[in-house]
Ligand binder design. Structure first.
Ligand code: ASP
Ligand code: MG
Length: 485
């Protein structure tokens, strides 16, 4: 069995869905279990719809609903699976829109949007896509069956980023899907969504369909999980920024997770965990070039010494520095300092600390800056620690972080030196530095306007002459690597 997940871009419209259909048919002997995202852009539209509803904008809401409804109907018709009103698919689509309209109406009336309602509204994209793909596969002669992930994936109540109960989920998935798959059924599962024990719809976090695929792969003991995307695989850097970037034929779960964490959008960072635990390889493949080998992710690193190092970057960051003699030199200080940051819900990308312990810097998304500063200042004020001599907080905006990731650097000397000399030669000033103790990554913070220059300089300095790079294939697709805001 192979779990195959198709992302939004692979499902953008009828012609892309036909391509998906031909891929599934081609691999039908491998017992595919299909996982789908919402059609491209639909989740964003649904969130806009929820926001329009809570803002009390009925006209905006009905315009958005009409547009989404029209798009799904049109693509279904173009696929030829729906011949106008009255066909079962069209009735299914209409029923989902009637339900969605009802939910939005409630939000409009109450002018209140809980995270729970937002999750419910966000769930419609995957449900619609799965309906359409199921019908299309049936017209190709496959025994496809719509499978609502909410019947299988059990989560807690943390709406927006729900935590999966793996035991209950695995049990349900095996009971619910395995007998069908063994009998030749191709389930088409809604990615991204789950349900709490009390019956509320939840989502697993944006881009969570990759994670759904890995959960399924682990529970069903699939041979492999294939993530079909619009790119050739994991690249050594964003090909839109670095001309010499190459697809990496294989990397380890850890390298892939670090890449994802530090900005490469090719795969959701949580995806690796269930696959790694169950020892199931993940393969990234290009929907529009199904014969290309893609990238294989397993527990084995790409190899030492000759393996390419991966460079990824995140734009739109801020560097926060806290300094002062009053708060330092006490045990547990870092914990106390960073606790309010964590409680504010801010993700810290890197931390660096001076050995005098008089200052500590950490990089966060600029969009989290305001709430983070508020939380820090409140905490310091409560503890009587604010004031020039005691604790000063300074902020540098418009920063970016560049991470160099790869098992290839472990135990190899001189990598950090080459990173800094590459940046120095390119005239890029390094503002902060951190190295993971796993020796799998080095992160630097530089000014955002230096990002492209910095990424190119590091990538080319580190990967020049590496065998894997020479062997690597050229990619002509825009993709990965760079996350901006
Ligand atoms: N449709 C969801 C999103 O846009 C999940 C996914 O694409 O994986 O975030
Ligand atoms: Mg998506």
């Amino acid at each position: 069995m192979i779990v195959m997940k198709f992302g939004g871009t692979s499902l953008a419209g009828a012609s892309q869905i036909m391509q998906v259909g031909s891929i599934v048919r081609r691999f039908v002997r491998s017992q595919p279990v299909v996982v789908v995202s919402a059609m491209a852009g639909v989740t964003d539209e649904l969130i806009g719809l929820a926001e329009g509803s809570v803002a009390g904008l009925p006209r905006d809401v009905s315009r958005r609903l009409d547009r989404l409804h029209g798009r799904h109907r049109r693509e279904a018709r173009l696929l030829g699976v729906s011949h106008g009103s009255g066909s079962p698919l069209e009735r299914g689509i209409d029923a989902l829109f009637a339900e969605l309209e009802g939910v939005c109406h409630g939000v409009l009336l109450l002018r209140e949007l809980s995270r729970r309602s937002l999750d419910l509204i966000s769930s419609f994209g995957e449900r619609l896509a799965a309906l359409i793909v199921t019908d299309h596969l049936k017209t190709l002669g496959l025994r496809a069956q719509y499978a609502d992930a909410r019947d299988h994936i059990v989560t807690d109540e943390s709406h927006g980023a729900a935590v999966v109960d793996f035991e209950a989920t695995s049990h349900r998935l095996r009971k619910g899907l395995l007998p069908g798959v063994r009998a030749g059924v191709v389930p088409v599962v809604t990615g991204y969504i789950g349900r709490t024990r009390s019956g509320a719809t939840t989502t697993l976090g944006r881009s969570g369909s990759d994670y759904t695929a890995a959960i399924l792969g682990g529970a069903l003991k699939a041979k492999e999980v294939w993530i079909w995307k619009e790119v050739d695989g994991v690249c050594t850097a964003d090909p839109a920024v670095v001309k010499s970037a190459r697809v990496v034929p294989r990397i380890s779960y850890q390298e892939a997770a670090e890449m994802a964490h530090y900005g490469a959008e090719v795969i959701h960072p949580k995806t690796m965990m269930p696959a790694r635990r169950a020892g199931i390889p993940i393969r990234i493949k290009n929907t529009f070039k199904p014969n290309a080998p893609g990238t294989l992710i397993t527990s084995r690193p790409a190899g030492r010494g000759t393996a390419p190092l991966l460079v990824s970057s995140i734009d739109g960051m801020a560097l926060v520095t806290v300094e002062g003699t009053g708060i330092f030199g006490q045990p547990g200080m870092i914990l106390r300092l960073l606790t309010p940051v964590a409680l504010a819900g801010t993700n810290i990308y890197m931390i660096s600390m001076s050995s005098s312990e008089y200052n500590i810097s950490f990089a966060i998304m600029q969009s989290d800056l305001e709430k983070t500063l508020k939380a820090l200042e409140k905490d310091f004020r409560d503890r009587g620690l604010l004031g020039e001599q005691v604790a000063r907080i300074t902020v540098e905006r418009g920063m970016c972080s560049i991470a160099v990731v790869g098992a290839g650097m472990k135990g190899q000397h001189g990598i950090a030196g080459r990173v800094f000399s590459a940046l120095g030669d390119a005239g890029v000033n390094v503002v902060a530095i951190a190295q993971g103790s796993s020796e799998y990554n080095i992160t630097v913070v530089i000014k955002g306007r230096d990002m492209k220059r910095g990424v190119r300089a590091i990538h080319d300095r580190l990967n020049v002459g590496r065998a894997a790079l020479r062997r690597g294939r050229r990619t002509n697709l825009r993709l990965v690597g760079t996350r901006g805001r």
